[in-house]
Design a protein around this ligand. Sequence first.
Ligand SMILES: C[S@@+](CC[C@H](N)C(=O)[O-])C[C@H]1O[C@@H](n2cnc3c(N)ncnc32)[C@H](O)[C@@H]1O
Length: 422
Amino acid sequence: MNPKQKSTILITCSAGLVDFLQQEVEQLGFHPQFPHQTGLEIQGDQLDAMFLNLHLRTAYNVLFLLKQFPCNSPEELYREVSKLPWEQMISPDEYLSVVSRVDAACIDNTMFASLKVKDAIVDRIVQHTGSRPDSGKDKTGVVIHLFWKKNRCWLYLNTSGQKISDRGYRKIPHKAPLRESLAAAIIQATGYDGSQALLCPMCGSGTLPIEAALIASRRAPGLLRTNFGFMHLKYFDDSAWQQMRTAAQKQSKKRGGKAAFKPAPIIATDIDPEAVDAAQKNALTAGVSHLIDFDICDFADTNVPDLYASELQTLESNTSENTASDSGTPVVNGIILMNPEYGSRMGEIEDLKKTYERIGDFFKQKCTGYTGYIFTGNPDLAKEVHLRTRRKIPFFNANIECRLLKYELYSGSQKNRSNLDA
Ligand SMILES: C[S@@+](CC[C@H](N)C(=O)[O-])C[C@H]1O[C@@H](n2cnc3c(N)ncnc32)[C@H](O)[C@@H]1O
């Protein structure tokens, strides 16, 4: 098995995120093909797969195609899987798990398909080495994916192991946390790049401000993880991996990394002290707590920095500390991003109506000059905001259809900004 041999790499994501994934993959220098609801493909080798695991924010798994073949029975599946040189890929000391997705008339039991693949791999390793790797459900070692559709099978190495959307920083989840990959896509959809002030009232466990801080500091999310599927392969090239990590760390340090760089303010607040405590701890684990200002308060009392004042201050002091980006660009834009609860029971929804109405008042009265966003799964509640939506960007949160609603909160500060421009 030559890890530099190219094959198809299937990058999966949750439903609705493929456009964001495609943008990321292109920015990393690849040419995505065949985008569909939950993924896309590129051509690459296993080093490319490692690189993608390190850098991608909106993906689930990076799957490297080992083989595809016609298949009409479990016995044929076993025979075809046995032909691959598994003894060159998996040490008998390793731990193996197999995941299958099956849509074929000759088999109605996904677990049986997984068992056949596992047996074929383990039997071949026993034949060549005399001992067998352990196997089970945990995706902490080598992970193999089988897709069996009608009379065709695709066998992939899941180079991620556990989903890369599980960054590992969220030790304390709190209530209704967004998945990290979804939060990253939401931030991407706002156009945030670290040069705008970012306010996240209702921050919960902090997923949105943490993902934003990772983006602002150009910190590769894979730097936070110590375990990936590819690390368990016999031919895992640790020095290549360390080089990739070092390059990613340098890119983040250039941007400022831990010490020097300060993006425009990122402010995260929540009314629940436990949420703020969880968010602060999670930000610390993610290495970005120094980039986020936390506060416990009702969303309407969140400190909203005056963009006009920030600009003046920056222009007057002309120091890099008060600037929004490493290029010295002053803070002229601001984003306010809220993910209120959207409720499921009637009583809850009645209570939430008032909250959404108050969000509209807060936007109107205190956030002029900012671009407002509300991420919600309840369009009726969103109507209570009583502001004109400029855009509705569709998302799914688990199985719930959601929208990221965009509001332009024009007023005086816009005027101030054009005065400065003049
Ligand atoms: C859906 S959760 C946000 C989850 C968050 N995006 C995450 O990933 O963890 C909504 C949050 O709004 C907070 N909240 C509810 N009412 C609030 C209020 N009036 N002011 C501030 N925060 C509030 C709740 O405490 C909760 O943490």
